[in-house]
Design a protein around this ligand. Structure first.
Ligand code: AMP
Ligand code: MG
Length: 415
C-alpha cells in the first residue's frame, strides 16, 4: 500500500507527453498550447482614446471653462487626416486614433457643446484617457506561453495578434470498460441482485471533461473470456480505464488478465479511502492502464486523483494538480484507519470569514453516488487521523463543480 503522493508520482512519471497537432484557434478551447505565441503588432497599434470625449492639447485648457473650436469628429475605425492645433479640439469616440497635435482626451460628460465650440469644464492632465501605441504589448512580445490551457481569453489573444493556427498537444485517446456480472444497462430495470452500470458513464464523462477522446467499449463479465477481447481492444488506446474487478474476490480477475496481456503492474494498492485497490500499470506499447475500484464513488475519486492529472500531462499541461484550498470545517468528519480519506463536501465561499466553510455531506460511503453527486469538493482527512471536529482547518480538493456556486441541495447539505 503506497501513499497517495507516491502513487501520483508514479503515474505522472509514466504518463508520456503526446505528439502535437496544428489546429485552428477557434477549435482550441480546452487544449494546451505547445508553442509560444508572439504579437505581430504593437498594442494598441495607434494611440487609442479610452473614452468618448474631446481630443485636445492639455496646455490650451488654462481654466475650468475654456472654450475650444471643434474641428471634426473621429469615430472608431477612422484615421484622422487633420491635426489639432492651438485652441482646437476634435470630438473622439472610444477606440478611435487620437489625432496629431492632441495629447489628451477629455470625457464628454465634463464638457458642454455650443454650436462649433466646446466648453471644457475641468483642467486636463496631459496624456489622460489616451493609451499610447505599444503601451500594452510591443511587436515581438510573447503573448501566450507554451503550456497554457487555452480558455476564452487566450482565444481572444490569438485573434488579436492574428495567430489563427497553432500547435497544441494531442488529446489522449481513452478506452473505458466497466466490469461486473451484476451490471445491466441504464435502460433496463435491474433484476434480483443486479444493479445498473453507472461507472462506464461516469468515467466516460470525466475523461471527456478532462479533454480526452473517449471510446466506451462496454461491459465485461467477470471471466477471462469476456474480459480478454475488450482489454485487447482497450490496449490500443493511449489510456485504458477499467472499473471494478480489482479487489481480493475470487472473481476479481482484472489484474491477472492485464498481466497476461503484458501489462506491467506498478501500483496495486493505495493508502486511500475510498480507492484502496486502485491498480496502475504500463501496457506493452507504454500505454497507461488504470484498474479503478468499482464502487461508484471510489471510481470517481480515483479518476480525479490519478487519471485526470495523467491526462492533463499527456495533453501538454505543465502543472496538472488541483489548487488545494484551506477551509473551516463546519461539522465533524470521521474515517477510521491509517488511510487518507477524501470525503464529499460542500465548500461555501460566501461567508465573510477569511477561510471558506467546508460542510461535510452525509454519505453512506463509497457506494453512495447520490450523496457524492451533491459535492463540489473532497474534504481531506489526513493519514492516521480518525476524526476532525467543527472549527478545525481542513485541506480541500475542489471539484469542477466548485466553480458553479448554485446548488439546489445547498440548504440541505450545508447545514
Ligand atoms: P468491484 O470493485 O468490482 O468489487 O465492485 C465494487 C462495488 O461496486 C460492487 O458493489 C459493484 O456492484 C459496484 N460496481 C461495480 N461496477 C459498477 C458499475 N459499473 N456501476 C455501478 N456500480 C458498480
Ligand atoms: Mg466486480
Amino acid at each position: 500500500m503506497i501513499p497517495v503522493e507516491n502513487a501520483l508520482e508514479i503515474v505522472l512519471a509514466h504518463a508520456p507527453r503526446l505528439a502535437v497537432e496544428n489546429v485552428d484557434f477557434q477549435d482550441a478551447l480546452g487544449r494546451v498550447l505547445a508553442e509560444d505565441v508572439f504579437s505581430d503588432l504593437d498594442l494598441p497599434p495607434f494611440p487609442r482614446s479610452a473614452m468618448d470625449g474631446y481630443a485636445l492639447r492639455a496646455e490650451d485648457v488654462t481654466h475650468a471653462s475654456t472654450k475650444l473650436q471643434v474641428i471634426g469628429t473621429i469615430p472608431a475605425g477612422t484615421n484622422p487626416s487633420f491635426e489639432v492645433k492651438k485652441g482646437q479640439a476634435a470630438q473622439i469616440l472610444t477606440g478611435a486614433p487620437v489625432p496629431r497635435g492632441a495629447d489628451s482626451v477629455h470625457i464628454v460628460e465634463k464638457t458642454r457643446l455650443y454650436g462649433t465650440d466646446v466648453e471644457i469644464l475641468e483642467l486636463v492632465t496631459p496624456g489622460q484617457n489616451i493609451i499610447p501605441r505599444g503601451k500594452e504589448v510591443t511587436t515581438g512580445d510573447t503573448v501566450l506561453r507554451k503550456g497554457t490551457l487555452l480558455g476564452p481569453a487566450a482565444v481572444a489573444v490569438a485573434a488579436t495578434v492574428g495567430k489563427t493556427r497553432f500547435q497544441v498537444g494531442c488529446r489522449p485517446r481513452v478506452a473505458v470498460i466497466a466490469t461486473g456480472n451484476e451490471l445491466v444497462p441504464p435502460t433496463r430495470k435491474p433484476g434480483p441482485a443486479q444493479i445498473r452500470n453507472s461507472n462506464g458513464y461516469s468515467l466516460s464523462a470525466q475523461a471527456t471533461k478532462a479533454g480526452a477522446r473517449v471510446s466506451y467499449l462496454g461491459v465485461a463479465e467477470d471471466d477471462k473470456a469476456s474480459l480478454s477481447p475488450l482489454i485487447r481492444q482497450g490496449l490500443t488506446h493511449d489510456v485504458l480505464l477499467l472499473s471494478g474487478g480489482v479487489s481480493m474476490g475470487r472473481l476479481d480477475l482484472v489484474e491477472e488478465v492485464l498481466e497476461e496481456f503484458g501489462v506491467r503492474i506498478l501500483i496495486d494498492k493505495v493508502a486511500l479511502k475510498p480507492g484502496k485497490p486502485t491498480v496502475f500499470g504500463i501496457g506493452p506499447n507504454d500505454h497507461l492502464v488504470f484498474g479503478l475500484p468499482g464502487n461508484p464513488v471510489s471510481t470517481m475519486v480515483t479518476f480525479e486523483l490519478f487519471v485526470r492529472p495523467a491526462l492533463a500531462k499527456m495533453a501538454g499541461s505543465v502543472d496538472t494538480g488541483r489548487p488545494l484550498l484551506s477551509a473551516t470545517l463546519k461539522g465533524p468528519l470521521a474515517s477510521k484507519g491509517p488511510r487518507r480519506a477524501y470525503l464529499p463536501g460542500w465548500l461555501d465561499t460566501s461567508s465573510a470569514e477569511a477561510l471558506p466553510e467546508a460542510h461535510p455531506i452525509v454519505s453512506r460511503g463509497s457506494g453512495d453516488i447520490v450523496a457524492f453527486s451533491k459535492a463540489n469538493a473532497l474534504l481531506i482527512l489526513p493519514e492516521n487521523i480518525d476524526r476532525m471536529e467543527a472549527g478545525e482547518t481542513i485541506r480541500v480538493n475542489p471539484l469542477d463543480s466548485f466553480l458553479f456556486r448554485e446548488s439546489p441541495w445547498q440548504n440541505e447539505t450545508a447545514k
